[in-house]
Design a protein around this ligand. Sequence first.
Ligand code: SF4
Ligand code: SF4
Length: 281
Amino acid sequence: MTLSILYRGDLSSCNYDCPYCPFAKRKDSNATLTTDAQQVTRFVDYIKQHPHIQFKVFFTPWGEGLIRHYYQQAMVALSHCDHVEKVAIQTNLSCRLHWLQKANKEKIALWSTYHPGQVSREAFLDKCRQLDELGVSYSVGIVGFKETIAEIETMRTLLPPEKYVWVNALKKQADYYNEEERQRLIAVDPYVPYNMVHHESKGKACRTGDTVISVDGHGNIYRCHFIKEKLGNLYQHELTTLLQPRLCTNNTCGCHIGYVHMNDLGLYEVYKGKELERIVS
Ligand code: SF4
Ligand code: SF4
């Protein structure tokens, strides 16, 4: 059995200023960053000390982690653990990339989001080219605001054809997209219809709490990022005693990092082991 852990520590800050984001240009205090670094170190040590479990690790920070040296170090260290199958992180790709040279490229992957307005198209593409030269796997994704669709299409044409580009759909407002906009987004990302709805999930089987868990900086374990019922603590309890197949207790699930684990959707067959970093190959 492989256990996927979605890790989110105390960090909640970012160097970008996306107008819709609560972490935009938010700064953490030195004390918070010190605590976050200690938490990440403790988590990495835990993984290293449990070689009898196969892990996939996915850092999903509030804000941007990879501009912090300690996230880079954690990724590199985990990529070299025999019992870690994959280490991935959500990032805006603004950091320098030389540190990746030290990583095991077979195991490291980046969920990279392009934020038009925060970085030039050319600068982002240059980072993608660097990742290609380094041999590092990554996905490219963009938030699907209506006014961004043309830019999304342009980015699609400029990236290698085999590179999957995902779109995060806006769905707070019903019928946000007209049919033409919907089709244009599907032409870029054939799987965006999965992201255009809040999946009815209550009472349905979901791998979270069984082969996927969410862990915070204190080691508290939740089944996923969206259900705040604590299952235990990584540093206090025997992990295997906490895990079991479960049904979802939320009404709906609308984020890739959640619904991708719903059994009924069959998305593990689409992503073929790359569901965390959201790569279709
Ligand atoms: S890059 Fe991500 S975390 Fe940073 S401000 Fe933009 S949306 Fe928020
Ligand atoms: S379906 Fe979504 S909300 Fe429900 S348990 Fe799974 S990840 Fe959590």
